[in-house]
Write a protein that binds this ligand. Structure first.
Ligand SMILES: *[C@@H]1O[C@H](CO)[C@@H](O)[C@H](O)[C@H]1NC(C)=O
Length: 311
């Protein structure tokens, strides 16, 4: 009975802080996306999604990686531009997957096909959905691997070099990319529109089957959902361009250089924004796993704390 008798005398700021910590602890979610360039050339990843997660396009030299934090509920796509040439003022274009912005940032524009796409929808307190899609064609091999999540969390993507197998009628950019049949011919039976706008009428074509046999886990046409969509909860994700093999586990990320670059400042900002979240999930010590157990123990700690104070 007397437990909450004195609550009015209780200092409000501490209570607010505790509620904030509890709230942060429970709602901490979203995901970190790490881009790893395993190609032996520079790529220029593009990011399209809402809300913006710190960049819409950037340069990624071979062997380097870069990480962005996305919030719960984020939905969007990633791709990699190749053969870009930007002048000293940052103006330029790319030979594949260009976003038409005329600069390194894509500023809300998406890739012009053909482009290999990684697509994500981060669940709000539930599963994330992800896939690698060749529905808009293909420009380079790409995989998506989940790290530290729970669920099936399978690695997906396309390791195969489809540019080398691309039929001549689909080949573009001197073999630097491979169109989808929809992109090349625009016919409703390939694009799954018009009379073919549902799964019972839009079937795999000889072209989509070529993509599917090369990359069995990727979307090869619009209704290829059953074998192409993957789910995971509470994971971070590694997007690898030119993975050489399907990794058995999540690929290793090289240490990022300690520089005062754009990336550095972004990470600092990120660190300050998520320190509470990190504290709540006990990852501040450098661990990368997020366990439900740590949230539960935090809650028990906080509840115990409240009882101690109010009691
Ligand atoms: C994920 O991988 C497991 C083990 O390899 C497999 O049994 C399962 O069918 C895969 N899930 C999907 C959705 O492909």
């Amino acid at each position: 009975m007397s437990l909450f008798l004195h609550h009015r005398h209780y200092p409000q700021p501490i209570l607010c802080f505790l509620l904030f910590v509890i709230f942060k602890g429970v709602s901490v979610s979203g995901a970190k996306f790490t881009f790893l360039n395993n190609c032996d050339y520079t790529v220029w990843p593009g990011i399209y999604g809402k809300p913006e997660i710190g960049s819409t396009g950037f340069e990624l030299t071979k062997g380097s990686s870069r990480t962005f934090q996305a919030p719960t509920g984020w939905s969007g796509r990633f791709w990699a531009r190749t053969g870009c040439q930007f002048d000293n003022s940052g103006r330029g274009t790319c030979s594949t997957a260009d976003c038409g912005s005329g600069e390194i940032s894509c500023n809300g524009a998406t890739a012009s096909p053909p482009a290999t796409l990684a697509e994500f929808t981060l669940g709000s307190g539930s599963m994330d959905f992800y896939d690698v899609s060749l529905v808009d064609g293909y420009n380079l091999p790409m995989t998506v691997a989940a790290s530290g999540g729970t669920g099936s969390c399978n690695i997906t993507g396309c390791i195969s070099d489809i540019n080398r197998k691309c039929p001549s009628e689909l080949r573009v950019e001197g073999g630097g990319a491979c169109n989808s049949a929809c992109g090349a011919f625009g016919k409703p039976e390939y694009c799954c529109n018009g009379a073919f706008s549902n799964p019972s009428t839009c079937k795999p074509s000889v072209y989509s089957q070529m993509f599917k046999s090369a990359c069995p886990k990727s979307y090869s046409y619009a209704y290829d959902d059953a074998t192409s969509t993957f789910t995971c909860s509470d994971a971070d994700y590694i997007i690898t361009f030119c993975p050489s093999l399907i990794p058995e586990s999540a690929p290793r990320i090289p240490k990022e250089p300690d520089s005062a670059s754009e990336a550095g400042s972004e990470q600092t900002e990120l660190a300050s924004a998520s320190w509470l979240a990190d504290m709540a999930t006990a990852t501040a010590t450098g661990g990368s796993t997020r366990s439900g157990a740590s949230i539960v123990s935090l809650l028990l700690l906080v509840v115990g704390f409240i009882f101690t104070i109010f009691g």
